[in-house]
Design a protein around this ligand. Structure first.
Ligand SMILES: [Zn+2]
Length: 185
């Protein structure tokens, strides 16, 4: 059962962590490089499906959270960094985050520490042509490129021991177009 998908005028803002490899951003669980410009999801699963990624019931799509990770979440290691992405195309909403068809990095959060990690983060931001801002300003910097998913549109958290909503967790699905976003190649 799918709810009707309202069309959004602006891109959706989400938040991610990456690994810094030298001055490059890589996905946490894969070797995907996040370079300048637009990223589009590809399904690498064995479960072949019709239609583009993300696909309902599959794990494909570009992942992002609704809110920035805690400021300390990236501090413990030399290579974890946080940032914001603009998302558009097909977007599947889950309780804490979403999977999108297209994404572009729009801002990176400066590490709490000074030194080599900060220098590499600044190099990555420069290569991506995005601002590097203090973590507390990440959300504000990202909102120049889109809007947050309203809480009322996020599926309920059905984790046990929390107040459960009745029925199966059917992810809502909707579409955003990035007309306010300058596409770069
Ligand atoms: Zn898939």
């Amino acid at each position: 059962m799918e709810a009707a998908a309202p069309d959004l005028i602006r891109a959706v803002i989400g938040f991610r962590q990456w690994r810094l490899c030298g001055p490059e951003l890589r996905s946490l669980r894969a070797e995907d490089r996040w370079s300048r410009g637009v990223h589009s999801a590809r399904c690498l699963s064995d479960a072949s499906h019709d239609g583009p990624a993300p696909h309902n019931g599959c794990t494909c799509g570009l992942y992002a959270w609704y809110a920035p990770p805690p400021r300390t979440a990236s501090a413990a290691t030399a290579d974890l960094v946080a940032g914001a992405v603009a998302l558009w195309g097909r977007i599947e909403l889950h309780a804490h985050g979403m999977r999108a068809e297209h994404a572009m990095v729009v801002a990176l959060a400066l590490p709490l520490s000074w030194g080599a990690k900060r220098r590499r983060l600044l190099a990555a931001a420069s290569a991506l042509e995005v601002p590097a801002v203090p973590a507390r300003r990440l959300k504000a910097a990202a909102l120049a490129h889109g809007g947050l998913v309203p809480k009322s549109m996020r599926p309920p958290d059905l984790t046990p021991n929390k107040r459960a909503a009745p029925g199966e967790p059917a992810p809502a699905r909707w579409y955003a177009v990035a007309d306010g976003l300058k596409q770069r190649r």
